[in-house]
Design a protein around this ligand. Structure first.
Ligand SMILES: Nc1ncnc2c1ncn2[C@@H]1O[C@H](COP(=O)(O)OP(=O)(O)O)[C@@H](O)[C@H]1O
Ligand SMILES: [Mg+2]
Length: 286
């Protein structure tokens, strides 16, 4: 935990007018449809500019610039140690950058928000290792995920509304676990636990989903389903997916960013970056 609480109240329109980063961006914006309740007037859901993070003098992120468009499905690739996880840590408030700009939509300054406030604003993160409650049923896991967003008082008022039940059913179907709703989560396969955790994220209705190596350890069939699932979530949500599995990346990505030494080495379609000499040099090998 952080020593001092960070104010969760944010000032709208806190960009100085002459620094509005809305122009000259290369994010693949898809309009504002996926930015429910969020100010995404420039079609960009995430803005990272000149982000620097050092650990004991080592630069994990170095003048990193990255923009994610509303509804986009972006893949992030790059060698180990490139700064991919650190970038997600900055976005979720786990790590404070030494300098730089990090905005969610136009008004949420991520560098000034607590992790809880960032999650509540609509950024959901899935870590590599699934962290479901094994003793609880699949249904109960989703129920709990739905409640964590609410006040304790709201959580104590036990019964679920029809709309909440409907939402759980919808998510169960999305993650293909409708038939396992009463199973203890501990009995699910590794892949199913991953899907359940994605379902738990979806219960919070995040607008931006960050997924760190989601198909590591999955079977081919599970990997294929994950690709389908992510494609079905894009447009309605924006997704940032860190993954090493190039077959998987090729099957889902609109747009690929290659990180190296804490900054962007290349960006474009998978084909473009795969043919980039510098990317071949540092990551794909010859
Ligand atoms: N909390 C930390 N303390 C010290 N060094 C760290 C910390 N987190 C990450 N690093 C270092 O920063 C670099 C980037 O790490 P990371 O973001 O995990 O890379 P990636 O996810 O691309 O493999 C690595 O060299 C790593 O050792
Ligand atoms: Mg990592």
């Amino acid at each position: 935990m952080r020593a001092a609480p960070i104010p969760e109240v944010l000032v709208a329109d806190s960009y100085p007018a002459n620094q509005d980063p809305g122009s000259s961006r290369d994010a693949l914006g898809l309009g504002s449809s996926a930015g429910k309740g969020l100010d995404v007037r420039h079609g960009t859901i995430l803005t990272l500019e000149d982000i620097n993070v050092s650990f004991d003098g080592f630069k994990a992120l170095s003048n990193l610039n990255l923009y994610i468009g509303v509804g986009e499905l972006r893949c992030i690739i790059g060698p180990n140690g490139a700064g991919k996880t650190t970038m997600m840590d900055v976005i979720t408030g786990k790590t404070r950058p030494d300098s730089g700009v990090a905005y969610f939509g136009e008004t949420f300054d991520l560098t000034q928000m607590s992790e809880v406030a960032i999650a509540q604003a609509g950024i959901g993160r899935k870590f590599q290792k699934p962290t479901v409650f094994e003793a609880l049923s699949v249904f109960e896991n989703l129920e709990l995920a739905q409640k964590t967003n609410k006040s304790v008082w709201a959580s104590l008022r036990a019964t679920l509304s029809g709309a909440q039940l409907e939402r759980i059913d919808e998510v169960l179907s999305t993650i293909r676990l409708s038939d396992s709703r009463q199973r203890p989560a501990g009995l699910l396969s590794h892949g199913q636990k991953q899907f359940l955790e994605i379902g738990m994220l979806l219960m919070q209705d995040p607008q931006l989903l960050l997924l760190d190596e989601p198909v590591a350890g999955m079977t081919d069939a599970e990997t294929e389903f994950t690709a389908e699932l992510f494609k079905s979530l894009a447009r309605k949500h924006s997704l940032m997916v860190v993954e090493h599995d190039m077959g998987f990346v090729g099957s889902i990505a609109d747009h690929v960013t290659v990180l190296h030494h804490g900054s962007v080495l290349a960006e474009g379609s998978l084909e473009q970056v795969q043919n980039d000499e510098r990317v071949i040099e540092v990551y794909l090998g010859r």
